[in-house]
Design a protein around this ligand. Structure first.
Ligand SMILES: Cc1ncc(COP(=O)(O)O)c(C=O)c1O
Length: 445
């Protein structure tokens, strides 16, 4: 038997869980187990406190262990653990939709519920295609994404996404009729920009080239993350998103903002659409919607899109789409309690007041060994490292691991270290994250 095909049994107690987006054998040989969480900290299974520099996975915006969410979830479980939303309804689903509509960018007040970011993305793409059909333009099926984009792992999201590693294993199974804009990360022009880079708005004009190539009448939608997180933090150059909006308007193409990480306060406003003053037609969200406590996503739609579906016989299902757990009552309860916390503690705008100290802190790492770029916006930061020769990602992983061993959890994407702490972070904790990362960089070869 080929030795390379022999399954590696590293730790029988850990082998049954096939871990997502994880180097399973490496992890199981040296597990990092988180057992409890409160406020800004995790506690590991062996009792060490770890400062959370990445809000779990960009989702725990109000900090860990929020009692209000626990109580709301418990109460809902005791009252009604499940109710369908297909041809039935339950009150808190409507209450939550109304609540979200109030904080949404202008006009995006029709809300479709999902269970994750990936589902939100696939839902938005389907709404876009079906919308054009509903208004008599059924030939508009082409979707335009962007290189380096991350839109989750459904076939739709992967197809419009532009992450090589997410695409190469599933190449021929991608959706047909998809094209991509170039990404906007260019170290030659933009390295060490503080906040939004000034160079690169013209890259949005590439959309005109794709329109010329495919013809506008075939294109349903463009989807971009206003600020991309998973690809290692890619920021929109000044004016770039506005230009995309103009080109979409000119050609009647829908613009979708994937705000799975930027939604709910990460960039100092409830949504990046508000921060950049660009209103898309659809917004996808998840993560911060429930503070990560219960899986849930939501797609925010312009009313004109919803209205386009509300025609024909009233007994027909207008959008043939939905999930058993769309607007799950327990998730709705978690989301309402989360929104209460956000409102009461001003968390949807707190990142705006912290962004200056945050920017100064992360840019203080400039000049340290291996650092080739630093990017920041709102409460998002990234430090890009020179890869080791022939070993992309190895240095990034070492840095991530050493930070964790020193009690700070960051996120590693290739050789980029990303940070997005809970929005309740204090300046002392910002300093601790950056000091730890700095110390680790100094000692990493
Ligand atoms: C922009 C964006 N879209 C979609 C997703 C997918 O979300 P999920 O993992 O909840 O499916 C992510 C996850 O990180 C994301 O950052």
């Amino acid at each position: 038997m080929n030795a390379r095909l022999t399954p590696a049994v590293t730790n029988p107690e850990l082998d049954a869980f096939w871990m997502p987006f994880t180097a399973n054998r490496q992890f199981k040989a040296n597990p990092r187990l988180l057992a409890r969480a409160k406020g800004m900290y995790y506690t590991t299974a062996d009792g060490r406190e770890v400062l959370d520099g990445v809000a779990g996975l960009w989702c725990v915006n109000a900090g860990h262990g929020r009692r209000e969410i626990t109580e709301a979830v418990t109460k809902q479980l005791e009252t009604m653990e499940f109710a369908p939303t297909f041809q039935m309804g339950h009150p808190i689903a409507f209450e939550l939709a109304n609540r979200l509509a109030k904080i949404a960018p202008p006009g995006l007040d029709r809300i479709f519920f999902t269970n994750s970011g990936s589902e939100s993305v696939d839902t938005a793409l389907k709404i876009a295609v079906a919308y054009h059909r509903a208004r008599g333009a059924g030939q508009r099926t082409r979707l335009i994404g962007r290189e380096k984009g991350y839109h989750g792992v459904g076939f739709g999201g992967m197809s419009v996404g532009g992450m090589v590693n997410n695409r190469k294993f599933f190449g021929s199974s991608m959706l047909p009729g998809v094209d991509h804009l170039p990404h906007t990360l260019d170290l030659e022009h933009n390295a060490f920009s503080r906040g939004i880079p000034q160079w690169g708005a013209h890259l949005a004009n590439e959309l005109e080239r794709l329109v010329a190539l495919h013809d506008a009448s075939t294109i349903a939608a463009v989807i971009v993350e206003p600020v991309a997180g998973s690809a290692g933090v890619v920021l929109p150059p000044a004016g770039y998103l506005k230009r995309l909006r103009e080109i979409c308007d000119k050609h009647d193409i829908l613009l979708i903002f994937d705000e799975v990480i930027t939604g709910f306060g990460r960039v100092g406003k409830p949504f990046a659409a508000l921060a950049f003053e660009v209103t898309p037609d659809l917004i996808t969200t998840a993560k911060g919607l429930t503070n990560g406590a219960i899986p849930m996503g939501a797609v925010f739609s312009q009313r004109k899109i919803y209205d386009a579906f509300m025609q024909g016989p009233e007994n027909t299902i207008e959008l043939f789409h939905g999930y058993t757990y769309s607007a799950h009552p327990v998730a709705c309860a978690a989301a309402l309690a989360t929104q209460d916390i956000y409102a009461k503690e001003g968390l949807l705008t707190r990142a705006a007041t912290l962004s200056a100290p945050w920017e100064n802190a992360v840019h203080s790492l400039r000049g340290l060994p291996h650092v080739i770029d630093i990017r920041n916006y709102g409460l998002i930061g990234a430090v890009e490292l020179e890869p080791r020769q022939g070993k992309p990602g190895a240095r990034g992983f070492d840095v991530f691991l050493k930070c964790f061993e020193r009690g700070v959890m960051v996120r590693q994407t290739g050789d980029t270290i990303a940070m997005a702490p809970p929005l309740v972070i204090e300046t002392k904790q910002i300093e601790r994250i950056v000091e730890t990362l700095g110390a680790v960089l100094r000692e990493t070869d």
